[in-house]
Structure formats: structure tokens, C-alpha cells
Design a protein around this ligand. Structure first.
Ligand code: ADP
Ligand code: MG
Length: 627
């Protein structure tokens, strides 16, 4: 029988191999960025067009390549990074297989420009489907620029397999963020279709996280640091109250390389056990440093999985140090109202009779008195306690007193200002409620059952329903935008495409101009598909489809009557969707802000659906209850 085995031609072999390395434009982004880092670049620029389908270009200011290396770099197994198999165990570079450029060149049009510092001129090479079509001497800055165009031009099946631009762009941003997070000391910029998406200056790790994920992230971060013989950990975890429904912000880097590890992720979950709600995920940005000899990163072609020699130990250290950080920074809750009351009394005391607590009152104490006092006279409400037991204590000085209230005082001052505004704007009942500057300067609020916000007012107590109150606030905001037409919107980096049925499409279309006044910006409105490029300032991108769904169902269920107004309906629907829900815990600032904003409303008493937003209880009423 004749021999039937044939060697595949190189370009076919390259195309097949390319499938392993390049799944989508984001894979090209990753490989090119990593090469730039290996080349010791200090500044890296990523340019993307059409979600990488038309162009992915990375420009670096690294070491560049000689003419020979430039040509060789596209050969399979051409790498400058390892010389022998032993080197594999001491790897400090991202790449080492020498197949990324060869693979990319097999399935795209690639333009390389590169120059080394000591050279006057550089080299330009153009390759299409593994064929070198041009080579030139060029004037180019030191470093390397690689432009990858028309990815999968010669493999239509792969090209068709690519997802929508939104999805592919998401993948690119994911890769970009991972690389940028692992290298805060390198500056990165990313442009998509000519507009800047990220501009990340050289910084420390915390700043890099904040630059990528937004200024608000800063207050969420709790540092984690651990240094043991087998493992060094540095980085941050997100405070439990910021846990998210999505797994978005979870990053492990091992020796500066992003990795996925369900096992290590579990260690973090275990550390957060009991601190976050089921179904939510803590964020983390953790760098693990281990001896490169104890890991095998070679087990997966895209190298995001990793094998550790001693996973159990790493797990234990990781869990313990995250727990420790959460405890140290006082993140674990201090008060827990759902606790079993039996646990509160130590066993030894459970059968003893309670002794009368004593209250000490310093009647001479005046917080506004800036002169330090010599010795206050103290009285105590209980004769069983001897005043002499306090004599050794120094009186609280004004400065230390102030320090206790710094945060609250400023809040109090602010709320006073806000409340004074109310007296002009709001209906009578509110004005009378807060007459004669009743709010004490230390006024602060308290959240009950994650549902009500309680505030002390001079006449007694104010109980605000957080959900209804927020609906009222948002409702008036939206009405103002829609009717006043002073629209505020945030532009999206990438258009958001939403598929609708014919009927849904018609409903949204009928509200289009009101939606636009509310802050939505539509780019395309055809074929049962809407493309949104701008959103009202307080609408999170992730919630848009839910909000539209709600809106459509509200319109469908609305019984049109004489008073029907599309603007009103839209404002009601949006405020319902976006309002803080019951069950959501609010920080002190958020509580104060909610109360202040409610009473800055035109009609603070009722929700958009005419339900009470708050009740008050006067001291008289309370007194009666104690009779
Ligand atoms: P690997 O990174 O695994 O070595 P690649 O195919 O990604 O393989 O790159 C091949 C070689 O080309 C690298 O080893 C390096 O010497 C060179 N090279 C690639 N990109 C750059 C760059 N941006 N700057 C300098 N040299 C580069
Ligand atoms: Mg490489």
C-alpha cells in the first residue's frame, strides 16, 4: 500500500496552531501587550478599531528588534526568551513559546515597525497570511509597533464565529485591564475607534485600580499584605458591603500574570463567609508571589490557568490573611441584630440579678468652650456609684471631643443648609416639621432593618421609608430633566445593543423623545434593535435592559386615562427601577443624603404612587406609650 502520510505545508500548520493561540481579537491584544512588557516598555499604547476585527495595534517604547530578529520573530518557535528546557522553570517573561507572532501572522495582515535605541533607522515588515510581502528600512521611534489588521481574513469560518462588537470589545477590555493591573509601573493608554478608553499613568497599585475602576473604588479597598516563605500576598479586597452580583472585579495575579483559579477563589469566598449575602461576590485584586519553580504555567495554551505544587498551603495562607485584613480594618460587623439573644449573656451571669447601670453627666461640659477646664464637677444619677471613682480621669478636652464628631458635625452642618432650603421650597407640612432650625447640629440618622432611616428631629422622630423616599427623589429629578429639558447624560464607551420584539420596539419608539429628554441617547433605532450610546447620569449600564423591560411592562399595564402623560409614566417607571430597594444597607452619608434630598423635593410626603414616604412620631406620642 502506498504511503499516505504527508507533512502539512507550513502555512497550514501555522493556521491550525493559530487556532490555539488566537481565539478572538482579545487574544491578539494579550499577546502583543505581553510582548511589549517583555521588551521592557515603559509606555504602551493600544489602538483598536471595530472591536479589533479591523485593527489591533500595540505601540511600545521597549528595546525593539534588530533586522534579523524582526524577520525571525514571525517564525514558529522563534523566541528570545528561553534557550534551554531548564529556563522554563525560571521564567520571568510572559511569552516563551515563540508562537504568538507566527500564529497571528498566519491569519491576519501584520505590519511591524521596530527600532533599537542604538540604531538610526528601523525595520518595517509586512506579512499577510505568513507571507512576507514587504520589508523596508524606516524612520521610526525606538521600540516596536505591531498592527494586526483583518484578523481571520483567510479563515471566514473563524471570522463569522466572532461575537458582536460589544462582546468582543468587552473581551479586549478584560485583557487590557488584566495586563494593566499587573503592571502599574508601566503607563497604558487604550483607544477604540479613535476615542480614548483608558489613560493609565505610571502609578502604584492602588491608584492603578482606581484609575481603571473609578474614583469610588478607592474607599472600597481594604489592603491585604502577607509575607511568608512560600507565598507573598499584596493587594486589596473590596469591603463586604460593596460585594457585587457579578464576578466582575476578581483578579489574581501570580508572579504578575493574571490567572484564574476556582480553588484560590474559594479561599477568598471562605474568608468572606458570613460577611456578604449569598449570590454576591467580593471584589479582589491580589498579587501572589511564589517561587517560579513551584508552579507550572505551561499547562494551558492561553496561560490563565496554573498548577501549584502545594495548593493547600496557599489556600490556607490566603484565606487567613484576607480574614485578618477584614478583621484588622474593622470590616466585620460590630452590631448584629439578628443574633440569638441567648448568646449575649455570658453563662456565668445568666442567673445573677442585674445591677443598676449608672449614668454620669458632666453638667459643666460645653462643647463650644475652647478653654480647657481644670476639673469638672460631676454628678451621677445613681448613688450606688461613688463619684471618686472618676476622679482619676481627665476631663475630655474640646479637641478630643471634636475629633469624635468630625464626620458627623460636617454632615450636620450640611443637613442644616439643605433643610433651610426646604423651608422655601416645600409644602407647608414639611416646613412646619422642621421649623425653627430644629435639626440639631449633630443630627445623624440610623438605618433600621435596611429598610427605614430614622432621624431625630426636635419634635421627636422621623422614620423614612428608604425605597419610597428614593423613588420620590428620582421621580422629581427625571420629571425635571424631561420637562425642563435640561438633560444630563453620560456617554457610553461602546454602544449598547438591545433586541426587542416588534411590539416592544413600538412602545420604546413612542417614548423615544421623552427618553431622550431623560438622558438616553439613541444611535440606531431600527429592525427591532435599539442601539444606545448615552444614558441618564444615574442609570447604570448593567441595568439598562431591565429598566427598559420594566418600562415596557409599565406602559403595557397602564390604563390610559385623561391624565396619561408619557413623561410622568417614564419618570415613575425609571424611579421605580432605580430606587434603592428595601434590604439595601446604606452608609451614614447615604442615609443623611437620602433624608436631605427627600425634603428638598417639591412633594416629599408621598411616593410617586401616592404612598407615604415617611412618618413622624412626636416626643408626646412616645411619652404616651411609656405611660
Ligand atoms: P514569545 O513572546 O513567546 O517569545 P512571540 O511570538 O510573542 O514569542 O515573539 C517572538 C519574539 O519576537 C520574542 O521572543 C521577542 O524576541 C520578539 N518580540 C516580539 N514582540 C516584541 C516587541 N514588542 N518588542 C521587542 N521584541 C519583540
Ligand atoms: Mg509573546
Amino acid at each position: 500500500m502506498a504511503d499516505i502520510i504527508q507533512l502539512l505545508p507550513d502555512h497550514v500548520a501555522n493556521q491550525i496552531a493559530a487556532g490555539e493561540v488566537v481565539q478572538r481579537p482579545a487574544s491578539v491584544v494579550k499577546e502583543l501587550l505581553e510582548n511589549a512588557i517583555d521588551a521592557k516598555a515603559e509606555t504602551i499604547k493600544l489602538l483598536v478599531k471595530d472591536a479589533g476585527k479591523t485593527l489591533v495595534q500595540v505601540i511600545d517604547d521597549g528595546v525593539g528588534m534588530s533586522v534579523t530578529d524582526a524577520r525571525l520573530s514571525f517564525e514558529r518557535h522563534a523566541t528570545s526568551k528561553i534557550r534551554s528546557a531548564e529556563d522554563l522553570f525560571q521564567l520571568n517573561t510572559k511569552g516563551f513559546r515563540g508562537e504568538a507572532l507566527a500564529s497571528i501572522a498566519a491569519i491576519a495582515h501584520v505590519e511591524l515597525k521596530t527600532k533599537q535605541a542604538q540604531e538610526e533607522v528601523g525595520t518595517a515588515i509586512t506579512i499577510e497570511g505568513s507571507e512576507i510581502v514587504n520589508q523596508d528600512v524606516v524612520v521610526t521611534p525606538t521600540g516596536t509597533s505591531i498592527a494586526v489588521k483583518h484578523l481571520f481574513f483567510n479563515i471566514p469560518a473563524r471570522r463569522n464565529f466572532l461575537k458582536s462588537n460589544t462582546v468582543e470589545t468587552r473581551h479586549i477590555i478584560d485583557e487590557f485591564q488584566r495586563v494593566a493591573l499587573a503592571h502599574p509601573s508601566i503607563s497604558f493608554v487604550m483607544y477604540h475607534n479613535g476615542s480614548e478608553v483608558f489613560n493609565l499613568p505610571q502609578s502604584n497599585y492602588r491608584q492603578r485600580i482606581v484609575n481603571i475602576f473609578g474614583t469610588k473604588t478607592n474607599e472600597k479597598l481594604v489592603p491585604v499584605n502577607e509575607d511568608t516563605d512560600v507565598l507573598k500576598i499584596s493587594g486589596f479586597v473590596g469591603k463586604p458591603e460593596y460585594a457585587k452580583k457579578s464576578r466582575g472585579e476578581q483578579f489574581f495575579f501570580v508572579n504578575n500574570r493574571f490567572i484564574k483559579s476556582a480553588y484560590l477563589n474559594h479561599a477568598i469566598t471562605a474568608a468572606f463567609d458570613g460577611l456578604i449575602k449569598d449570590g454576591t461576590h467580593a471584589s479582589y485584586f491580589l498579587n501572589l508571589e511564589v517561587n517560579p519553580q513551584t508552579i507550572d504555567i505551561n499547562i494551558h495554551p492561553t496561560k490563565t490557568e496554573i498548577k501549584f505544587d502545594d495548593e493547600h498551603t496557599l489556600y490556607a495562607i490566603l484565606r487567613a490573611s484576607v480574614k485578618h485584613s477584614l478583621g484588622q480594618f474593622n470590616i466585620a460587623p460590630v452590631l448584629d441584630f439578628d443574633r440569638d439573644a441567648n448568646l449575649d449573656t455570658p453563662y456565668d451571669y445568666s442567673n445573677k440579678s442585674a445591677s443598676t447601670p449608672t449614668i454620669e453627666v458632666d453638667r459643666t461640659f460645653n462643647p463650644f468652650d475652647t478653654e480647657p477646664r481644670v476639673e469638672p464637677s460631676r454628678t451621677t444619677s445613681s448613688s450606688s456609684s461613688s463619684p471618686s471613682s472618676f476622679s482619676g480621669r481627665k476631663p475630655a478636652s474640646t479637641s478630643s471631643w471634636e475629633s469624635l464628631y468630625v464626620g458627623m458635625e460636617s454632615k450636620g452642618t450640611k443637613s442644616q443648609n439643605d433643610f433651610s432650603e426646604i423651608q422655601f421650597e416645600s409644602v407647608e407640612s414639611t416646613a412646619s416639621l422642621f421649623d425653627d432650625s430644629q435639626i440639631s447640629s449633630k443630627q445623624s440618622s440610623y438605618q433600621l432593618q435596611n429598610k427605614y432611616v430614622l432621624s431625630a428631629i426636635k419634635s421627636g422622630m422621623l422614620v423614612v421609608d428608604q425605597n419610597r423616599a428614593h423613588q420620590r427623589i428620582l421621580y422629581e429629578d427625571f420629571l425635571r430633566y424631561i420637562t425642563g429639558k435640561d438633560t444630563v447624560s453620560q456617554q457610553l464607551l461602546f454602544p449598547l445593543q438591545i433586541q426587542l420584539s416588534k411590539q416592544e420596539h413600538d412602545i420604546v419608539l413612542s417614548l423615544k423623545s421623552d427618553l431622550e429628554y431623560a438622558g438616553f441617547v439613541f444611535q440606531n433605532f431600527e429592525n427591532q434593535m435599539v442601539e444606545i450610546i448615552g444614558l441618564p447620569i444615574n442609570v447604570p449600564e448593567s441595568e439598562v435592559s431591565i429598566i427598559l423591560e420594566q418600562l415596557i411592562s409599565d406602559v403595557e399595564h397602564e390604563v390610559p386615562d385623561a391624565n396619561f402623560s408619557a413623561a410622568d409614566l417614564l419618570a415613575k417607571s425609571l424611579s421605580k427601577s432605580l430606587a434603592i430597594k428595601s434590604g439595601q444597607s446604606l452608609t451614614q452619608t447615604e442615609q443623611d443624603h437620602l433624608v436631605n434630598s427627600l425634603f428638598a423635593c417639591k412633594d416629599p410626603n408621598v411616593s410617586p404612587k401616592n404612598k407615604p414616604t415617611f412618618i413622624t412620631m412626636t416626643v408626646d406620642e412616645l411619652d404616651k406609650k411609656f405611660m
